[in-house]
Design a protein around this ligand. Structure first.
Ligand code: UD1
Length: 465
């Protein structure tokens, strides 16, 4: 057991943040090994980020369990610390005490690195009656605007000004308390639903969010808030009703398992023709991924209530995928499935409808021998019998997982640059794969170059191309 850590500064909190590195690490993956065994699935990144933020709503102790150790989680913790919140961490348990929030302004350098931290505007406004949060800025997978968040807060009585890249929100009158409102979202944005649900928790009266996001992480947030005494109904449907309460009380709550991580390991079994099992999972959260694996020819069986086993097939067949809001096929699993479809016989069409710039892994997969063409938001994939290891660059979080999967299936060695993406969202990915018998190793780039004349790719040139 590690000792409790009281986190009161910008340092600490699992894991320590990487500093800009003149000799960044690369991941070397040797393909062709068969995997076997069992993987423990971590707590959901996207739940953890928003639940930690929601703890701002509560002036008593909140205990969160099953918190994954990730760079993004570290960053959100640092933002809370910068606002005066006390965090204490022990293993995967995070104790949060937001009895005192000394600032309502979130620091630019932290928010700019992590879009989810913008969601803090909801609880800050609800607790303090004012909030100042930087616009999250551009993102590699798309513009990711916040107009839906802002419009909803305005309907709840906030005066919102956007100046010099900052979103300044104040509740005028009503003693600084937000008012319940009827809010229709033009698009079922996960983040907007979460921001507005958190804001409405402490508002006066009833808020109805229509065309709300139905993702499991939205339900997890509602359950967490309800465990603190909030009154939220309908989470998981497209209409969420929140009856505001005046304060929330202490709680002890466990985060749901990460469905994206679980789907990544399901694809790992399929792409390496290996039988592996994983738990804990909530099988219903993976319905779309499991259905697509079945279309491709791979069976997934449920063992008990929270364990899945992937039964591989050597006859992988093409299928079409369109990313959609939940319960549709998740955009966060698109890149990993594309790696699998690259090796599935026939032609597949992958349509990315959620984010406008989320096919940047295609040139990297093609570098490994895949045959994929992009037209607008569609990728047309002609299955090939073999991928070959190559130097590649991770272009975003899920793309980096797709390259690891492709590398595990490819002939020879794949060297992956851009690991800061991977570290944002997968806890101990390498250790988990090593435990299944995969061959992979993280080494400094200079070592990879010295060992086998590996030539790093100029990733800046790649991004602008
Ligand atoms: C969350 C997830 C992310 C996932 C995404 C979609 C977190 C921390 N991140 O991101 O992993 O890929 O859901 O499942 O939970 N949009 C607008 N206006 C807005 C807000 C969003 O037009 O005000 C658009 C976005 O540009 C995007 C689409 O809505 O095209 C979906 O975005 P959204 O559901 O908000 O994603 P995030 O909450 O940012």
């Amino acid at each position: 057991m590690s000792e409790d850590k009281l986190i009161t500064t910008h340092q600490a909190l699992i894991p320590t943040l990487p500093s800009p590195d003149a000799d960044p690490a690369v991941l070397q993956v040797w393909g062709g090994s068969s995997l076997q065994g069992h993987v423990k699935i971590s707590g959901a990144k996207n739940s953890a980020l928003v639940l930690i933020t929601a703890a701002l709503l509560c002036s008593e102790d909140c205990r969160l369990r099953n918190v994954p150790s990730l760079v993004d989680v570290t960053r959100i913790g640092q933002i809370l610390v910068s606002l005066g919140v006390k965090l204490k961490q022990q293993d995967d348990i995070l104790n949060i005490n937001a009895s005192t929030i000394s600032k309502s302004k979130a620091p630019y350098e932290l928010v700019s690195q992590l879009r989810a931290s913008f969601f803090a505007i909801g609880p800050l406004l609800a607790r303090l009656g004012s909030a100042c949060v930087p616009l999250p800025g551009g993102c590699t997978i798309g513009a990711r605007p916040v107009a839906l968040h802002v419009r909803g807060l305005q309907l709840m009585g906030a005066d919102v000004q956007i100046e010099h890249g900052m979103v300044n929100a104040h509740v005028r009158g009503n003693r600084g308390r937000l008012q319940g409102a009827k809010i229709y979202l033009d698009y079922p944005s996960v983040g907007a639903t979460e921001t507005l649900m958190m804001a409405a928790t402490l508002a006066q009266g009833e808020t109805i969010i229509e065309n709300a996001a139905q993702e499991p992480e939205v339900v997890d947030l509602a359950n967490f808030c309800n465990s603190m005494g909030a009154k939220i109904r309908g989470a998981g449907t497209n209409t969420i009703v929140i009856s505001g309460v005046s304060r929330l009380h202490s709680t002890d709550y466990s985060i749901i398992p990460d469905r994206v991580e679980a789907a990544t390991f399901l694809v790992a079994g399929a792409i390496t023709y290996s039988e592996i099992s994983m738990s804990p999972v909530v099988p219903e959260h993976l319905t779309a991924a499991i259905a697509k694996l079945q279309d491709i020819g791979v069976q997934v069986v449920t063992e008990g209530s929270d364990c899945l086993r992937v039964i591989p097939s050597h006859n992988l067949v093409a299928t079409d995928i369109e990313t959609l809001p939940y319960p549709g096929f998740p955009t966060d699993m698109q890149a990993q499935f594309m790696a699998l479809l690259a090796l599935s016989e026939g032609n597949s069409l992958v349509s990315e409808t959620v984010f406008e710039n989320r096919l940047r892994h295609v040139p990297e997969l093609n570098r490994m021998g895949a045959d994929i063409r992009v037209k607008n938001n569609h990728a047309i994939i002609r299955g090939v019998p073999l991928l070959t290891g190559a130097p590649v660059v991770a272009t975003d979080l899920r793309a980096s997982a797709a390259l690891v999967l492709a590398g595990l299936a490819a002939q020879g060695k794949t060297t992956i640059q851009g690991l800061h993406h991977l570290d944002r969202g997968y806890e101990n990915l390498e250790a988990k794969f090593l435990g299944l018998g995969a061959k992979l190793e993280r080494v400094p780039q200079s070592v990879a170059i010295a060992n086998d004349a590996f030539s790093p790719i100029n990733s800046d040139a790649l991004i602008s191309s």
